[in-house]
Write a protein that binds this ligand. Sequence first.
Ligand SMILES: *[C@@H]1O[C@H](CO)[C@@H](O)[C@H](O)[C@H]1NC(C)=O
Ligand SMILES: *[C@@H]1O[C@H](CO)[C@@H](O)[C@H](O)[C@H]1NC(C)=O
Ligand SMILES: *[C@@H]1O[C@H](CO)[C@@H](O)[C@H](O)[C@H]1NC(C)=O
Ligand SMILES: CC(=O)N[C@H]1CO[C@H](CO)[C@@H](O)[C@@H]1O
Length: 489
Amino acid sequence: MEGGGSVSWIKYGPVVSLVVVLLALWFRPPQHAVLDDRLDTVLSSLLRAEQKVGVNNVARPRVAVGFGGCVDLLVDGVSLLNKIGLPPTDQPLHHNYIENAEQLAQSFAYFFAPGAAAERFVLNETLFSELVEASRDLPGNRWSVGGNAPVMAGRMATEGCDVLLGGSFSPDFTDVLSQHITVAGNAVEEPDIHLILEYPSGARWGPFTSRRANRYIVHSDDHNPYLASMEEFAGKLQGFNPDLLVVGGLQMMDNFPFQTGERDALLSRLAELLSASSPRLGVHFEMASFVEESIMQDLLHYIIPRSDSLGMNEQELPNLLSLLKGSNITVLSDPNPRVATVLDQMREVYRILNQRHRDSREETNSSEGKPLTRLHVHTLAFQAMIVTHGSQWKNTMSATAKASLTANRHVCGSNDIDPSKARLIMDDSFSVSRQEGSQRIPLQESRPVSCWDEEDYEICVAPVLVCTEVFQTAGGGDNISAAGLVLQI
Ligand SMILES: *[C@@H]1O[C@H](CO)[C@@H](O)[C@H](O)[C@H]1NC(C)=O
Ligand SMILES: *[C@@H]1O[C@H](CO)[C@@H](O)[C@H](O)[C@H]1NC(C)=O
Ligand SMILES: *[C@@H]1O[C@H](CO)[C@@H](O)[C@H](O)[C@H]1NC(C)=O
Ligand SMILES: CC(=O)N[C@H]1CO[C@H](CO)[C@@H](O)[C@@H]1O
């Protein structure tokens, strides 16, 4: 085990904690005091771990991020469904895409009860416009810049990077972007709208109660599925000379009614772009909610073998793994998985992808494709990373801490973390694997990020201070992934 922070504060941490505990015991019921103290210590230790390394503000890191973007319209999901008079279904069901209101009710119910993140294409444009119109005057609605690429770009610019963003935006959209973001892509009149149905933990819709806060997204994009900005982005890429290339937003192609061969042509063009960049340029691919098996196969063929780094959540990890093992798409997985389960899945994804890479090198005798050297999984309760020894990725411990803090900052909607609005849901200790006899690692409040070596890589796990007063869940993964990457370039 290593990492966790510098020595000086570790030495005095216990003394400070003891004083705080004693004081707290004096003023409050004992149960609370111990818990609060634990949380405060974890928070201050995570902050210290995050601050151990900084971003170079003089020579700002340069990051190119594609593709697409949209305006997000955020509403309370249940209020919207009530407003359009959609009665709760008695049959939660998975649909690959949404054709009518009944399917919307079934699909929403399917993910709402477990509180699992989901994103679906609405094929029926009439239905989609009705939903958007109803949302426009729903009390409490909010508009924001959305789409994986702009959100990641925004986070990276805020953290001190210069960003080239590939996307087609309307002029007023471009105006609200940070001055450190340069847009590559043609302007569009009508931006794509994504409708974000947010819900808190314990929300009720008919017979259903949500187990955790999350969101269900519907969209009916015209621009994003075609990666409309790709050529301009490609044209500016070399001149921009990035230190990192980030690809996201490809889920907008999922279940989109393309003409035959159209999607294949787009993804193979993107593969060409990735292959043409310098082999030393790190490529990060941010996964998302995919349910169409053929596009997942395309990603496994075109994109993932050309990526050095992958980011995903607890739903996307088992989905990818299932496909790598030759099984079907998994539409819904445990939204609160244990650390051991996630780590085992990560090890397997890492092993299989790198095995595939070695095999394809031998078969084709070409230097195309890259090994996977970084895998970041974000879950509600914790952040986990695998990083290959000797790879280009630096500061894994601090990056994991930063990812964890960003989770709280994003969901609570505030840069300052308020411990009274946070909760630790990770257990007091975790097992590093589900295999019998595996080591258990205690969660040490003063060294909350646990890092250790295995095989040819390092694993780091950090607990998340789960936000209890949710402002927004949508865009969380993008903010978290981007924040983690910033310290590793
Ligand atoms: C599309 O949605 C509209 C509005 O909800 C509905 O009237 C229509 O029947 C739907 N079309 C199809 C093909 O389901
Ligand atoms: C896998 O998907 C295929 C095609 O969609 C389906 O026919 C089959 O029943 C699925 N198998 C499982 C185990 O879900
Ligand atoms: C692979 O490429 C190397 C160098 O280009 C060559 O010497 C070798 O014979 C090739 N092997 C196969 C199996 O094609
Ligand atoms: C908490 C936080 O910083 N969230 C940010 C996620 O990214 C978007 C886009 O850059 C910001 O608007 C949010 O503030």
